[in-house]
Ligand binder design. Structure first.
Ligand code: PLP
Length: 364
């Protein structure tokens, strides 16, 4: 055994799906105006941070967390306005919930279906868990291609379907009517991923009781808690009670539980920040649409997708000027020369626009 190198041993022992994966790359961002990851740019007010600090100082971090997270779940039910009879399942970010769902529904040959381009973790987690992944292309305007999606559902009979509402990285909210048709036509479970609910005009939470195959997934990451890692699934106990068996008992730590509960007690403060971001999104949209050579897409999230002549050149020019956004070029054919910018603080947005104008002028 000792004559074999670790790398050849790893290559021999690891599952092929794992060897074939590319690690999710998070770029170095220190020193940049960071508009690449859909984070809320605002901290909460100082007084509230002081209150959180006191609670953290008193927290029993020597003990395992409350595995049922009873009081945090109660808070979530309240701020979400969950319909009667619906339950909550907590995840270490919604990424963990996607993984739990895939593990739970991955019978031999089971299909995980989503649309493309959409959130890349659906496809990645299908690969992690060995599910067969089917991606149905969106229409060229990034709306749902309903006929193609319904045909794929009929053909593939997916066990698990993810629809991001609004969608990432395109930012648009799909037609609620088309969504409903997909849910109704699906023999499997459909998960509506509402990561951007705070910035959007619609939700499927009120419709949970209408469809026996629907769950809604949310995260607090985009609402100012990306560092805490907290997401949840909402739906009937029939589903969540089963999924609960797969949840590692202490997946949400003492500190995230405690801090999230404090923050959600001031949900209004977070929603005011979201309102500010929505106003700034409208302004940024106008400014982008006025720049020649930029095509910007409508968004109900806290970011904007836009297309330029040469995305990599613009991305690099922005980076040289200290602004980090996301280059989507090469990720999916429909995202050719597309960039995604997170809505930041007003002065960050201004510096982004100025850097973009300079870069475009220089590259012309
Ligand atoms: C950011 C994002 C998530 C992941 O959120 P975490 O809770 O931080 O893991 C899930 N879905 C979509 C569509 C996202 O954009």
């Amino acid at each position: 055994m000792s004559s074999i190198s670790a790398s050849s041993l790893a290559a021999a022992l690891l599952r092929q799906e794992v060897l074939d994966l590319h690690a999710y790359h998070v770029p170095e961002s220190s020193g940049y105006i960071k508009l690449d990851a859909m984070e809320n740019p605002y901290l909460v007010p100082t007084a509230l941070r002081g209150e959180i600090a006191e609670a953290v100082a008193a927290a029993a971090i020597n003990r395992y967390p409350d595995p049922g997270a009873v009081s945090l779940k109660e808070k979530i039910r309240g701020v979400t306005g969950l319909p009667q009879g619906m339950e909550v399942l907590l995840g270490n970010g919604s990424d963990e919930l996607i993984q739990m769902l895939a593990m739970a529904l991955n019978k031999p040959g089971a299909v995980l279906l989503s649309v493309e381009p959409s959130f890349v973790m659906y496809k990645m987690i299908a690969a992690f868990t060995g599910m067969r992944y089917v991606g149905v292309p969106l229409a060229t305007d990034f709306s749902l291609d309903l006929a193609a999606t319904l045909a794929a559902i009929k053909r593939e009979r997916p066990a698990l379907t993810f629809l991001a509402y609004p969608n990432n990285p395109t930012g648009n909210l799909f037609s609620a009517d088309a969504m409903a048709q997909i849910i109704q036509s699906s023999p499997g479970l459909v998960v509506v991923d509402e990561a951007y609910y705070a910035f959007a005009s619609d939700s499927f939470i009120p419709h949970l009781a209408r469809y026996p195959n629907l769950l809604v997934m949310r995260t607090f990451s985009k609402l100012g808690m990306a560092g805490l890692r907290l997401g949840f699934l909402a739906g009937s106990a029939a589903w969540l009670g089963q999924l609960e068996k797969l949840r590692l008992p202490y997946n949400v730590g003492v500190l995230p539980q405690l801090v999230a509960e404090k923050l959600l007690s001031h949900h209004d403060v977070l929603l005011q920040q979201a309102e500010q971001i929505k106003r700034d999104r409208a302004k940024l949209y106008r400014q982008l649409s006025e720049i020649a050579g930029v095509k910007v897409y409508a968004s109900e999230a806290n970011f904007l997708l836009f297309r330029v002549a040469d995305a990599t050149e613009i991305f690099n020019g922005l980076k040289q000027r200290g602004v980090l956004i996301k280059n989507l070029n090469g990720g999916h054919p429909m995202l050719k020369d597309c960039l995604r910018v997170t809505v930041g603080k007003p002065d960050e947005n201004m510096r982004f626009i100025a850097a973009l104008q300079e870069t475009i002028i220089q590259s012309a």
